[in-house]
Each structure stands twice: as structure tokens, then as C-alpha cells.
Design a protein around this ligand. Structure first.
Ligand code: PMP
Length: 305
């Protein structure tokens, strides 16, 4: 992804020029992966700019910090406010927010009590998996890399170190010419994409892998489950074996960056008709409808700037 840097960033309590948001090379996080972060989208809606589930994302940021016993020097409301401020500072021309909290400089060793630093960046992301894939879909593969076992690294934390696994999966998939990679859990059952949750459709019913399958409990996943059930589409969370990827009628990935991306083939096997199917299209309509007003915002997910 080529990144055009915006002018301003929020770092350790204030808005500053992008280039000034620096940290020491001996910061704990750089050596040990000890950061927690979020990815959040800002949409231009019928009622002006809105950050999608800002509070839920930042609650997950605090939950990730709690798992790692990382003290947070700001309140939830302060981080929410930093997110709003950095978008406004950059002229409301960005669509993605990245709050990150990390162990900074202070002592040596794994258990060192380093101060927590916090930054909130924003930039223009557009479509994460490439132009127009939300309409056309991608070809995916099952990775030769598995997700970490649940008693090793907690998948429920969105921590920087977890993304070593994601990088292996995503880079292998790209190298082999696929749009994205899907990982199995240590159990051998389906887990999730490199940075996305999975939904399979069988006979009009949505099936998604459970949080016990070493995945991040995605906010987009939760939004889809809620929107689908409200629209009378059944959803089941269940363990799924790899071959179900080949046998389902429809398949899509979801996440803040990927939004709702249909998958048209896995490991060279066509999924369903090889194009986005009716349930996928309906879920896309319901989800994107939140931003143009076709879907009522029943749960207050659109948080104004
Ligand atoms: N799984 C992983 C590993 C991710 O990085 C993401 C993106 N945050 C997701 C799932 C989707 O989560 P969300 O919908 O909250 O963005």
C-alpha cells in the first residue's frame, strides 16, 4: 500500500506535525512487539462525516492493553477525542484511523515497566485489498502458516506482535499471486484471513468461525451478525473444516480495512458461481447502506466527528 502522509498526527497528548511523532529505537515495542492498536474507518455519510463504531474500537484498544497489563495514560474519552481531532486537523480528507499504544523507552528486559506512549494517525486508505474488489471479489488461498495456539499468544488482543503471523500469511498469499491468505487454527480447523474474519454461506445461512478458533473478534463481524439477524438472515458461529471453503455457496471476508470482500475462489476451486452471490450482496447493501442512509443506524454506530 503506498501511503501519502497527512500533515498532522496526534502523539502523547497533542496534535503535532507528522514528522515530529518519533520514538526511540530502544523502545520496548520495537524489540518485543508490545503495542496494541486499532483500525477504524471514517465515512462520509448522509449526515456528514462519522466514525464507524469509534467507541467500540477504542474499548477493544483498552481491552487489548488490559490483556498485556499495559497501563493506559489516557481515558477512553480522551482517545475518542484524539481520533476526532486528528481527522479534523487533516481537513477531514482521510478515511482511516490508527490509534496505537506501545511500550516506550525505559529500562531493559521483557518485564520492564516502560511508559506507555500513544499515537493516533489517520490517512486515506480507500480499498485495502485493491480497487473494486468489493464488487468483483478476490481469489484466496489457505496458508501454509497456521494461527498461534490459544495458550501461546491471545488472538483476542489486537497486539502488534500478532501481526507477525498475519504478515507471513498475507505475504505468502501475495507471493503466490492470491489476493489474500486464510489461516487454519492450531486445531487444523478454519480460523480467519490475514487481517479479516470469514463468513461462509450455506443454503442462505451465514456461518462464521468462533472466537475460540484463534481469531480477532472483529467489529465488522459483529456488525454483520447484527445486521443479518435484524434482516431475518440466520447466522451460526461454528467450527468449520477447511474443505467447507470449497463447498459453500458463497464466501466473503470482512474487516475494517477489507470491509466486505467477496471471495470467488479458494486454492483454485471456484466458490459457488465464482462471483458475489445474493447473500453477500445483501450483506454489502445492509452494511454500506449504513453510510448512505438506506440502513437505519439502530445502534448508534455512526459517531459524528
Ligand atoms: N482479524 C484480524 C487478524 C484483523 O487484523 C482484523 C482487522 N482489525 C479483523 C479480523 C477484523 O476486525 P475488525 O472488523 O474489527 O476490523
Amino acid at each position: 500500500m503506498s501511503l501519502q502522509y497527512p500533515e498532522w498526527i496526534w502523539h502523547n497528548g497533542r496534535i503535532k506535525p507528522w514528522a515530529e511523532a518519533t520514538t526511540h529505537v530502544m523502545s520496548h515495542a520495537l524489540h518485543y512487539g508490545s503495542s496494541v492498536f486499532e483500525g477504524i474507518r471514517c465515512y462520509q455519510t448522509a449526515n456528514g462525516p462519522a466514525i464507524f463504531r469509534l467507541t467500540d474500537h477504542n474499548k477493544r484498544l483498552f481491552a487489548s492493553a488490559k490483556i498485556y497489563d499495559m497501563p493506559m495514560p489516557y481515558s477512553l474519552e480522551q482517545i475518542n477525542q484524539a481520533c476526532r481531532e486528528v481527522i479534523v486537523a487533516n481537513g477531514n480528507a482521510t478515511d482511516y484511523l490508527r490509534p496505537v499504544a506501545y511500550r516506550g523507552l525505559g529500562g531493559f528486559g521483557l518485564a520492564a515497566d516502560t511508559p506507555t506512549e500513544v499515537a493516533v494517525a489517520t490517512w486515506r486508505m480507500g480499498q485495502y485489498l485493491g480497487a473494486s474488489v468489493v464488487e468483483s471479489g478476490i481469489d484466496a488461498c489457505v496458508s501454509s502458516w497456521q494461527r498461534f495456539a490459544p495458550n501461546t499468544i491471545p488472538a483476542g488482543a489486537k497486539a502488534g506482535g500478532n501481526y507477525l503471523s498475519g504478515q507471513l500469511v498475507a505475504r505468502e498469499a501475495r507471493r503466490l499471486g492470491f489476493g489474500e491468505g486464510i489461516a487454519l487454527a492450531a486445531t487444523g480447523l478454519l480460523s480467519e484471513g490475514a487481517g479479516e474474519n470469514l463468513f461462509l454461506v450455506f443454503d442462505g445461512v451465514l456461518h462464521t468461525t468462533p472466537v475460540s478458533a484463534a481469531l480477532l473478534n472483529g467489529i465488522t463481524r459483529n456488525s454483520i451478525i447484527t445486521l443479518a439477524r435484524d434482516a431475518g438472515i440466520a447466522v451460526v458461529e461454528r467450527d468449520l473444516p477447511r474443505e467447507y471453503l470449497y463447498l459453500c455457496d458463497e464466501l466473503f471476508m470482512c474487516g475494517t480495512a477489507a470491509e466486505i470482500t467477496p471471495i470467488r475462489s479458494v486454492d483454485g476451486r471456484q466458490v459457488g458461481e465464482g462471483r458475489p452471490g445474493p447473500v453477500t450482496r445483501r450483506i454489502q447493501e445492509l452494511f454500506f447502506g449504513l453510510f448512505d442512509g438506506r440502513t437505519p443506524d439502530r445502534y448508534g454506530w455512526l459517531e459524528p466527528l
